[in-house]
Design a protein. Structure first.
Length: 151
């Protein structure tokens, strides 16, 4: 059966049209992005890493890579990525959202992470390379912005 296909039924019955369903929900897209990122856990951190590398990442080359593997194009830097999608309150983040941080306290975004759940991030950090991290401890007080690029 194909979307829009008309089925010929025996006389005396009504015709039916196939109904399309969305290819995937935002949750499925977010899961796919997180699964793409999961395969890079353990990769080292390298500031300025090329987006074509898979052995080393910086935070924004990591998000560029895993989102692009799922058909979503992001700009290269965390500052540029912060201006994509739809800004959402930090209190309303959900799986697949991007959260941005000012880790030096100078008012400049210098880190980006992918939300896994309300207490877990997936990112490439200087101290861990690509890893899952607890959002509440170090990161939450430094969060300055969140955007949703998966609708």
């Amino acid at each position: 059966m194909f979307v829009g296909q008309v089925i010929q039924l025996p006389s005396g019955t009504q015709q039916a049209t196939a109904v399309s369903t969305p290819v995937s929900t935002w949750q499925e897209k977010a899961d796919a992005i997180i699964n793409s990122g999961r395969k890079y856990v353990g990769a080292t951190y390298l500031f300025g890493a090329a987006t074509t590398r898979t052995d080393a990442f910086d935070c924004s080359s990591f998000t560029v890579r895993v989102f692009s593997e799922n058909g979503i194009t992001l700009p290269r830097t965390s500052g540029q990525q912060a201006n994509t999608g739809t800004e959402i309150p930090l209190s309303q983040i959900r799986k697949g959202d991007l959260v941005f941080f000012d880790t030096t306290g100078n008012g400049v975004i210098n880190h980006v992470s992918i939300v896994v759940d309300s207490n877990t991030l997936l990112h490439a950090a200087t101290s861990t390379g690509v890893a899952f991290s607890n959002y509440s401890n170090y990161w939450k007080p430094r969060a300055v912005k969140a955007v949703r690029v998966i609708q």
